[in-house]
Ligand binder design. Structure first.
Ligand SMILES: Cc1ncc(COP(=O)(O)O)c(C=O)c1O
Length: 386
């Protein structure tokens, strides 16, 4: 799925130099590299603030908690009327677990079957339903690197004063909606720099963006034990700091990210073309492969290139036998995960998310993927279906 050894040799030297600089500085936590990275990301996301933290998972929790959602005690057994957050059942588990960690309850709503992102129309049904009054926020994911329908969510926010919009932008660094960068669409956003992400650290790292000074202040407090002055704790936070080594590596890679995102888009377009030329493409999975759909208002970064494939699991086995990587993001929708069974969701309630889990397949896509390799992937898929 990925081969880091193909990254430019210059990048390797730049990263080694950056690491050496941190070693020489003897400043390892929340130092100048982190401050520089935060300022650079705030600029590129067009937000007032960016706050580095330990992971994308923590960034989600920090964004929610700092926005005043939940009471910070994780439990699936909540008495009374806890804060609720509407989110997508078709995402990485952390999207929902961070809501529980903040001490709020996730309420799921179905996805748009074309984009795989949370559907504003499904969220509207929740807001108008019996639990609507407890909903404090919508946590929407920009899945596979394509922004969710922010026109729809902004309209819901206008109609529900006080409702907060939080972005799970873990897969979407550099993406945009109507030209507005991911990270500045909502009241706060969470990014992940996990090593397989399009902007990747060499370990765990995450970041929150916001233009709200109060959210910024509280994220900075919560990421460092609620400590605004050394050893004086105003609230109970966590240790979720971004370290200097990761920030120094990210500062180097930030110089490449626009080029890498463009290479991803080019390779996605090439796959589209190759699948069409091979005669494999259909509007519906009943007739063939369904290609990724890009909303005309979105600028995607193709964090993943995901098709819907007939007989998906057999196709995947065929690819594996030919030593071609593929992945299923995600084989079990979150509302059916064992850890969340106490929330009471049953199979069948979110047909679009459940179908997606059974049909999606991510193919290798990264900036250095070669044209002949893409041809081999498509040819191997063609041989499976013939
Ligand atoms: C959509 C989504 N949300 C949250 C996360 C969590 O990020 P991290 O792995 O950095 O904790 C990830 C990545 O793994 C993700 O893809």
């Amino acid at each position: 799925m990925l081969d880091f050894s193909r990254q430019p040799p210059l990048l390797r030297q730049e990263i080694l130099d950056a690491i050496a600089m941190v070693c020489d500085s003897q400043h390892f936590i929340l130092g100048p590299q982190v401050a520089y990275f935060e300022a650079a990301v705030a600029k590129s996301c067009a937000t007032r603030f960016a706050i580095g933290c330990a992971s994308g998972t923590d960034a989600l929790w920090l964004a929610l908690a700092a926005a005043g959602i939940g009471d910070n005690t994780a439990s699936t057994h909540n008495s009374g009327q806890p804060d609720a957050v509407v989110t997508s059942p078709f995402s990485f588990f952390a999207t929902a677990s961070s809501i529980l960690r903040a001490g709020a309850q996730p309420i799921f709503a179905d996805i748009d079957p074309r984009t795989f992102n949370l559907s504003p129309a499904s969220v509207a049904e929740v807001l108008d339903g019996p639990r609507g009054k407890s909903v404090k926020a919508i946590l929407s994911v920009h899945l596979y690197g394509q922004c969710a329908d922010w026109d729809g969510f902004a309209a819901l926010q206008r109609n529900h004063p006080g409702l907060l919009l939080i972005e799970d932008a873990a897969q979407a660094f550099g993406a945009a909606w109507n030209g507005t960068p991911a990270g500045s669409l909502g009241d706060a956003a969470a990014f992940s720099f996990y090593p397989t992400k399009n902007l990747a650290a060499m370990g765990d790292a995450g970041l929150v963006t916001t233009s709200n000074p109060e959210i910024d202040r509280r994220v900075r407090s919560l990421r460092a034990h609620g400590m605004t002055r050394r050893y004086f704790h105003d609230e109970v936070g966590a240790n979720s700091r971004l370290d200097e080594l990761q920030a120094a590596i990210l500062n180097v890679k930030l110089l490449y990210i626009d080029q890498w995102n463009q290479q991803r888009r080019d390779r996605a377009a090439r796959y589209d073309q190759l699948f069409r030329e091979a005669g494999l493409v259909a509007e519906s999975i009943a007739d063939g492969i369904v290609l990724p759909y890009t909303d005309p208002r979105a600028t995607p970064v193709f964090h993943q290139y995901v098709i819907r494939a007939p007989r998906r699991d057999a196709l995947r086995a065929h690819l594996t036998a030919q030593q071609i990587g593929s992945e299923i993001y995600y084989p079990v929708p979150i509302h059916l995960q064992a850890a969340l069974k106490d929330l009471g969701y049953k199979s069948g309630v979110f047909p679009h998310a459940e179908r997606a889990s059974a049909e999606v397949l991510a193919l290798p896509l990264y900036p250095e993927l070669r044209d002949d390799e893409q041809q081999t992937v498509v040819e191997t898929i063609r041989s499976f279906y013939s």
